[in-house]
Design a protein around this ligand. Structure first.
Ligand code: HAM
Length: 423
């Protein structure tokens, strides 16, 4: 086969016709589950102002310093959205969604863009579904987000995972903890990895997230934030833990869980799967009580999560879970001769209007080739039409799965096939 002249960009993937049914099946599950939880869908543009993303996610985060696709056109700076929390908050502030009353329970599905080094489970264009609950500081909101997240995996059939939970505290707790952590690390600073030495000044808590070998010994014995939460943050975290237990949602507290965006306050969580490779995070999220104000709104607490859809599919593959039924069409009209072809063109809409999916050959091929096509299309029935059938007003309806045939008029065919397709 000749090599294609043009291909997708590195880390950007076509979703081909054989793949799209499972995407639609997952999207359907998400929409249905969101309706049960009373979440409303929000769709925002693919591109945002670069400043929003920098401000929202944090100037010194890996996402902003290394991974955003950003460009300038005219007087505007554009960025392909690397995530949706900051854009959804932008939309909430821009459109005064607070005025709708109550907390806004929003969900989304869509593509995100990060210029990361591609590998299994890591793409440059990938898809997330997620929720943002804006306007509630109650631990119930944290737990509802987690419960929604779990309900999707449950419906898909993925049961083997690890919910890791931590509190990154409020700014007061974090300031105090950062000092304790820095005091602990300072005497050994020059033994830490280069990256961690940099982070010591910019964001010492991210050192806990380091995968560098030389850092591990120090990370293992580091003081944990759980011991340095102020009363409010500790009470919030305890309530989240208690509510999760009451819902029998299992979790482990991971004091090293810090997450990659600067906006998090208090609750942080990640769902990992042993069925994924090194990119084992299925989903992640947490509370971000200061972001709405940071982006220009009123002080408003909020919490949410996002889940990688490609990673969910990788887990499905490992577990042999198929989300979509094999493709099929109710009727394939196979024709012999021009008059039959004209009849088929007119009959297709009649069938479709009655709720029957139907197709025919577009290539003027032999009857034998058409029957092969009907098989390839996984047609339930082939409707075979030639001059004799047209004259008699009776057509051959072949059940492709059972290989038996009947002679029926069109109305009888519709009755038979429509009944089946509405089952
Ligand atoms: P995140 O942890 O950066 O969080 O991304 C959430 C999920 O998106 C990850 O757990 C992973 O499954 C998937 N993901 C991230 N990057 C890639 C990639 N390059 N390729 C494939 N999948 C990827 C957020 O995005 C936050 N906005 C979550 C949140 C919502 N926090 C509060 N509300």
């Amino acid at each position: 086969m000749a090599k294609a002249k043009y291909t997708t960009h590195l880390g950007m993937v076509d979703i081909l016709p054989d793949e799209s049914p499972k995407w639609r099946a997952l999207e359907q599950i998400i929409h249905e589950e969101a309706a049960r939880y009373n979440f409303e869908e929000i769709r925002t543009p693919i591109m945002e102002q670069t400043e929003l993303i920098k401000r929202g996610i944090g100037q010194l985060t890996d996402i902003v310093t290394k991974e955003i696709f950003a460009f300038t056109k005219g007087d505007s700076n554009y960025v392909l959205r690397p995530e949706l929390t900051a854009p959804v908050v932008r939309s909430y502030v821009q459109h005064h969604l607070a005025q709708r009353g109550g907390s806004q329970k929003l969900y989304y599905i869509g593509p995100m863009f990060r210029a990361e080094r591609p590998q299994k489970g890591r793409q440059r264009q990938f898809h997330q579904f997620g929720v943002e609950v804006i306007g509630s500081g109650d631990p119930v909101a944290d737990v509802e987000c987690i419960a929604f997240m779990m309900s999707i995996y449950k419906r898909v059939g993925i049961k083997n995972f690890n919910l890791k939970l931590n509190s990154v505290g409020d700014p007061e707790s974090r300031e105090q903890y950062k000092n304790v952590l820095k005091d602990y690390l300072r005497p050994n600073l020059n033994q830490l990895s280069e990256l961690s030495q940099k982070r010591f000044e910019t964001n010492p808590m991210r050192i806990l997230d380091s995968k560098e070998k030389e850092d591990q010994e120090f990370i293992k014995n580091a003081p944990v934030i759980g011991d340095h939460l102020n009363e409010d943050s500790a009470a919030h975290f305890k309530k989240v833990c208690d509510l999760l237990s009451s819902l029998e949602i299992g979790y482990t507290i991971d004091p090293l869980l810090v997450r990659g965006m600067d906006y998090y306050t208090r609750t942080a969580f990640e769902l990992t799967s042993p069925d994924l490779g090194s990119q084992d995070a299925l989903a992640g999220g947490g509370r971000y009580d200061l972001l709405v104000e940071e982006i220009g709104g009123q002080p408003t607490p909020a919490v949410g999560f996002a889940a990688g859809m490609e990673r969910l599919f990788i887990a499905c593959e490992e577990l042999d879970i198929s989300l979509a039924e094999p493709k099929t069409v109710d009727v394939f009209i196979a024709t012999l001769g021009d008059t039959a072809r004209d009849w088929a063109v007119k009959t297709l809409p009649v069938l479709r209007d009655r709720g029957v999916s139907a197709t025919m050959d577009y290539l003027g091929r032999s009857l034998k080739a058409q029957m092969k096509d009907a098989n390839r299309e996984n047609a339930r029935y082939a409707l075979i039409v030639g001059d004799n059938e047209l004259e008699a007003g009776k057509f051959t309806l072949r059940n492709m799965h059972e290989s038996d045939e009947e002679q029926l008029d069109l109305e009888q065919i519709i009755q038979k096939v429509a009944h089946l397709s509405n089952d």
